[in-house]
Design a protein around this ligand. Structure first.
Ligand code: UGA
Length: 442
């Protein structure tokens, strides 16, 4: 049993803390945000993450939450750094929260400092120099990047594909690796710089796969192929594998954008132009806007057309709106003069999107709509092509931004269906212009 301090109560910190408590360790999670700590101490969840609440309740006796850095570090064997590393204006990672953690270390501490936050390659070396300069010679440093995805975070931590441990000294790596011993997994031991690079390269490769399949989807649309079948055919090749080949409205989330940009900048700052990553980012930016063209193909000009955006979170299973494609899409639609109505089962975008009508139910969102766009593939939307929705919409257009529905079934149910990278009949005459005079008069 170890005593573990976790700095940062975001997705990574909370899930890491809860999972170590589940493994029998004594955990203290520290954050600087009052409200978060208050909620956690009152047994409430500051984030929506399936399974996390159960885990925290079950391990209540072994995990506590505090604002006080000294209290968290006191007697700790390990300090896991799980603070945010957002992008700066230059696209580099902002490490100020990491440096603050270091500044807060008491001079007599002997913790193993474990970096879980995603940091540029070279950070470990800089931290080591900073620790020595402060006389913190007894503090060991280990890079232990996190690969959990939101929505499946607890499972990802308890059943990881691999655990990467990068250290300056083998004995430090041994201590961190021992924490993961109860999990059946492969421990990859590297030097610190390589561990840092594994994290950045993993996210870069995942986004490359998505941007790749999105470009294949765009070509499929032009040549009459179906990207869903194409992805299946690609994915069965054991050298390629089936994952991250779902074409859609583009990748979002708190990590992909910032990490890919951080790697691109890291390369640039080191004198290398990472051409491939620039293209991956550009393809994604354009992909988020393609839905507008699909709506226009069927509806003509979007001014005064009522569009329902279904799903706002950057993916299902989370209420996270950071870098969500829905935000770009809603803004584009508003700029075109469309009336936007939005629904999401958990994400609340009221503070982020002004001029959008937020609806409690899918049916309310599609009421009188000229088009409905599936932006996030929530399971609740799998029955969208229903008679009730058909009846409620003014023009029965579904743009399926995640290829969630069966196109043949949706068309058979009377909808005009447009997927991403799927064959679609010619557009024909655009939908009639809306007559909102009755509503306006009312
Ligand atoms: C991602 C990685 O999957 C994690 O391994 C990593 O630890 C995490 O970033 C991080 O660095 O913190 P996450 O952002 O939670 O996890 O979500 P993903 O499931 O990877 O999805 C990211 C985006 O890609 C979503 O918008 C999703 O809709 C999109 N996506 C994913 C696709 O468009 N197509 C796919 O085939 C897969």
């Amino acid at each position: 049993m170890a005593r573990i301090a976790v700095f940062g109560a975001g997705y990574v910190g909370l899930v890491t803390g809860a999972c170590f408590a589940e493994l029998g360790h004594i955990v203290c999670v520290r954050d600087v945000v009052d409200e978060k700590i208050e909620k956690l101490n009152a047994g409430q969840m500051p984030i929506y993450e399936p399974g996390l609440e159960d885990l925290l309740v079950r391990n209540r006796a072994r995990i506590r939450f505090t604002l006080d850095a000294a209290e968290a570090v006191d007697g700790a064997d390990f300090l896991f750094v799980c603070v945010g590393t957002p992008s700066t204006y230059s696209g580099d990672a902002d490490l100020s929260a990491v440096w603050t953690v270091l500044a807060e270390l008491p001079v007599d501490t002997r913790v193993v400092l474990v970096m879980k936050s995603t940091v540029p390659v070279g950070t470990g070396e800089r931290v080591r120099v900073a620790l020595e300069a402060r006389g913190l010679d007894d503090v060991a440093y280990v890079s232990n990047p996190e690969f959990l995805a939101e929505g499946t975070a607890v499972r990802d931590v308890m059943h990881p594909d691999r655990v990467v441990v990068g250290a300056f000294r083998p004995e430090d790596a041994d201590r961190v690796a021992a924490l993961y011993a109860p999990l059946e997994t492969t421990i990859v031991r590297t030097d610190v710089a390589s561990a840092e690079m594994v994290k950045l390269a993993s996210n870069a490769f995942l986004t490359t796969r998505i941007s790749f399949i999105n470009e294949i989807a765009n070509v499929c649309e032009l040549v009459g192929a179906d990207v869903v079948d194409v992805a299946r055919g690609i994915g069965l090749d054991h050298r390629l594998g089936p994952h991250f080949l779902r074409a859609g409205v583009g990748w979002g989330g708190s990590c992909f954008g910032k990490d890919v940009s951080a790697l691109k900048q890291l390369a640039g700052n080191s004198g290398y132009h990472f051409q491939l990553l620039s293209a991956v980012i550009e393809v994604n930016d354009l992909q988020k806007r393609r839905v507008v063209g699909k709506l226009e193909k069927r509806l003509g000009k979007l001014r005064d057309k009522r569009i329902a955006l279904l799903g706002l979170a950057f993916k299902p299973g989370t209420d996270d709106l950071r870098d969500a494609p829905s935000l770009v899409l809603a803004s584009r639609l508003l700029a075109e003069g469309a009336e936007v109505r939005a629904w999401d089962p958990v994400a609340d975008a009221r503070d982020l999107l002004h001029g959008v009508a937020f609806c409690e139910t899918v049916l309310e969102a599609v009421e009188g709509a000229d088009g409905a766009v599936i932006v996030t593939e929530w399971p609740e939307l799998s029955g969208l092509a229903s008679p009730e929705v058909r009846e409620a919409m003014r023009y029965p257009l579904i743009v399926d931004g995640r290829n969630l529905l069966d196109p043949a079934q949706a068309r058979a149910a009377g909808f005009v269906y447009e997927g991403i990278g799927r064959p679609s009949p010619p557009s024909g005459a655009p939908a009639p212009a809306p007559d909102r005079s009755v509503e306006l008069a009312g």
